[in-house]
Ligand binder design. Sequence first.
Ligand code: SF4
Ligand code: SF4
Length: 143
Amino acid sequence: MPHPCLTCGACCTRYRVAFHWMEADDAVAGGVPAGLTERLDAHRLCMRGTYSEPVRCIALDAEIGVYSRCTIHPQRPSVCREVDASWEHGRASPQCDKARLAHGLPLLGPADWRWRDPAGNDGDRPDDNGNTPPAPRLPPLAA
Ligand code: SF4
Ligand code: SF4
């Protein structure tokens, strides 16, 4: 089973994504691409597309509920890193729940993370997830 966010993207079409200007790459190397932001106020930028309705972050490549990816994932703002998917870390996430509800998607629950449990990673081949890694290489036989 893939990570639920990879078939969702709802939260990237729901909230204003605002953060301090010092997170942008014209202030810090490797920061949020400044060209994808707009000025919100004296201290803050926001991701283009999230300032007004309808909200859709410019960095989002998604069909909500089908596939989703953040095109700047390694450089995404801190606020994006703080949004948990519901029950990924053992508790519900109101931001995730509201966003999924707004798109008519079912709320995530603990069962959506069972694929990460030890039983889903017990080394059987094929494994419980349908994601069978290559067999480990055997050491060469001594001559
Ligand atoms: S709404 Fe929840 S499941 Fe969907 S992308 Fe955001 S955090 Fe992930
Ligand atoms: S920067 Fe990436 S994670 Fe943040 S709202 Fe935009 S697409 Fe979503």
